[in-house]
Design a protein around this ligand. Structure first.
Ligand SMILES: Nc1ncnc2c1ncn2[C@@H]1O[C@H](COP(=O)(O)OP(=O)(O)O)[C@@H](O)[C@H]1O
Ligand SMILES: [Mg+2]
Length: 362
């Protein structure tokens, strides 16, 4: 998969900018604060309906504007696709080949993308919410239904929370109804997450072995409801809900469910979050991102677009060489580097980014 053309209008510091890309390695080079990441963010938003950095569309509109528009031409299975994403008057409109999509789930995953930036270290070092978000975004690119499940689950959680906060008498029967919904939808979410953690675990283990000269073994485990085994977790889910109901009413909060699950990265069976060095943690993120690429290729028969934001300067020589060697086999990679970068990889296309303007640079 690849992007051939991008048009950004009123998006971040781009008022009206077109960019032509090529297959292979594309480099966006520029000083800090010029708009390199904004281009990657634009591509990512166009493909997923979400920004990697912020939750609100408000921040994506150029200052002083009330709308933004993104257009892109993509190549998928050798066919050309035009995607559009418009945000105007607080409404999102998305289109594939000029046909509007009713739901984001009809759209996400049409063109797949993997985004990798230094902030992804939070996947290992941060809290469980970061890891669940990474996993959910990954799954959504394969199973559009996963987004619907998450939306439905979040609605149930909100309703149940509101009910617990009101805390009147006689809420028990209502709580039971919400619990049934939580179990029904939550079990599907758990199954999806378990399945993809297993797939990612296998692939990331292979990559990690290659960049750590095989000394350590990386594993990824999905932990749900305190269980390390899927069938046990699914079995215990309704029982736990029942058991904790009185305590939930007392504390006025939800205590059980996959919205509290976690993914554990382990090196030689020890938590990488607690015991891994910074270098090991960076290698885990790199391995997991490349695993994501491979899982998508297996599923879709084609590599997704790879977007690399400032990662070269963060990696040591061994890992940087490994990554640059890896991207040679991909259909398309877009990478940002600052002018200070001493090592400039051989690229199909070099673009210079300066104050929201882009020009070719040979
Ligand atoms: N909504 C916005 N409207 C206009 N400019 C913005 C907006 N958000 C960020 N910027 C500008 O974009 C620049 C940062 O772009 P970014 O792509 O993160 O830079 P870098 O080249 O370092 O990756 C900053 O100069 C910032 O002022
Ligand atoms: Mg940047």
């Amino acid at each position: 998969m690849e992007i051939q053309w991008l048009h950004l209008k009123f998006f971040r510091n781009y008022l009206d900018q077109e960019v032509l890309f090529q297959s292979g390695l594309n480099i966006l080079q520029g000083e800090n604060g010029q708009g390199k990441t904004n281009i990657l963010e634009g591509i990512y938003y166009l493909l997923t309906g979400k920004s990697y950095r912020v939750h609100r569309e408000q921040e994506l509109m150029s200052w002083g504007e009330n709308e933004f528009h993104l257009h892109g031409d993509f190549l998928v299975q050798k066919r050309k696709l035009r995607l559009e994403s418009h945000y105007k008057e607080k409404r999102k409109i998305i289109k594939i080949n000029q046909v509007p999509c009713r739901k984001l789930s009809e759209y996400v995953g049409t063109v797949n993308v993997v985004f990798f930036s230094p902030d992804d270290l939070a996947m290992v070092k941060g809290g469980p919410a970061e890891r669940r978000r990474f996993l959910d975004l990954h799954i959504a690119q394969h199973h559009s239904k996963h987004i619907q499940l998450l939306n439905a689950y979040n609605k149930v959680i909100q309703q149940k929370n509101a009910l617990l906060k009101r805390g009147q008498n006689g809420v028990k029967s209502q709580l039971e109804l919400w619990n049934e919904q939580m179990v029904r939808i939550g079990s599907e979410i758990i199954k999806n997450r378990w399945e993809f953690t297993d797939l990612l675990s296998q692939k990331s283990q292979e990559v990690y072995g290659q960049i750590s000269s095989g000394r350590e073994k990386l594993t990824m485990e999905y932990h749900s409801l305190g269980k390390e085994n899927l069938s046990e977790a699914l079995e215990v889910f309704p029982k736990l809900m029942e058991e904790k109901m009185a305590l939930e009413m007392e504390r006025k909060m939800i205590l059980v469910g996959p919205h509290r699950d976690d993914i554990l990265f382990k090196l030689n069976d020890r938590s990488a979050r607690l015991y891994g060095s910074q270098g090991q943690q960076r290698s885990i993120v790199l391995s997991t991102k490349l695993a994501e690429l491979e899982v998508i290729r297996q599923n879709k028969g084609e590599y997704p677009l790879l977007l690399l934001d400032d990662v070269l300067s963060e990696l040591d020589e061994l890992r940087r060489d490994y990554l640059l060697d890896y991207v040679k086999d991909l259909q398309q990679t877009i990478i940002t580097i600052t002018s200070a970068e001493t090592l400039t990889p051989r690229a199909s296309l070099m673009l210079k980014v300066e104050n929201g303007q882009i020009r070719r640079f040979d």
